[in-house]
Design a protein around this ligand. Sequence first.
Ligand code: FAD
Length: 297
Amino acid sequence: MDKGLFTGINANVLTQENMADHTTFKIGGPARYFVVPKDIDALKSALEAAAKAGLKCYILGGGANVLFPDEGYDGVVISTQGLDHIFLEKSGLLHAGCGAAISDVAMFASSAGRAGLQFFYSMPGSTGGAIYMNARCYNASISDALKAAVYLDREGNVRTLDAAEGGFDYKKSPFQTNGGIILEGIFATTGGNAELLCKEMEGYEADRRGKGHFAYPCAGSVFKNNRAFGLPSGKIIDNLGLRGYTVGGAKISEHHANIIVNCGNATAQDVKDLVSLIQVRVKEAYGFQLEREIIYV
Ligand SMILES: Cc1cc2nc3c(=O)[nH]c(=O)nc-3n(C[C@H](O)[C@H](O)[C@H](O)COP(=O)(O)OP(=O)(O)OC[C@H]3O[C@@H](n4cnc5c(N)ncnc54)[C@H](O)[C@@H]3O)c2cc1C
């Protein structure tokens, strides 16, 4: 396939790249183009080149919350992994490129004795993905620490969104509707003790290991929790005796019923069928619809 489309752009360009190799579910067929821009200009140029060629684009962070189709993606997947700077201002403001792993950002801040991001240590995914999803763990949402996000708007202008303007809620961010591409997160950190923060992070990682998060390929929680339902989604699914239930190669985790794992040969369709089955069973039993958190590309 011709990569000429992206000639002169400061990016790595691959063709027919399997998305199974770029997602934590380890599922997904080939993307026609897989582009890894090395700087923001390259990202803009890649978007322009794709638009000129009439190709659709998908922005991919760590691939920890997405399910790509088995037949692949007939367009351009733009990976943010090359935009991974992290630096700390004297004021305590921490800047993280959208492609920096959020766990590395947590480690960077904590090691420097800055608190506020430690909760995200060992959570898979990028800074941009965490902001987009407004990721949440250990009672902290990423928006709690976010001061501002620099992003590219639909017209290609670089803008800054002040987190105080609002638009963030439980697992919701303004980027889910405004079409912006997050370039950098700017986080407010507070003074802390590096040793204690690192100990705290070790605890989170151990907790995740204990819950089987890394035992099989998965994309974390399949459904959002809804307080109105009275119980966490995992407990609701568990109460229906669905733990361990399997469709093809996809299985409801034995460790945590709100996680679907790929037992090795799961297809995207297996996962989708299992998700639908859970939703139907929950609706029949309780009368409400669980809201999917994982994203179908
Ligand atoms: C083992 C495991 C445990 C997990 N635990 C948690 C948890 O505790 N809490 C939690 O909230 N989530 C959890 N998750 C889910 C996942 O880690 C988060 O949703 C994470 O924030 C996704 O980031 P990502 O970079 O992988 O995003 P991706 O999966 O790459 O993308 C997710 C969405 O964000 C968009 N996106 C990514 N980068 C950008 C950008 N720069 N600009 C605009 N849009 C962008 C994508 O287009 C896509 O729509 C877990 C996942 C796994 C595999």
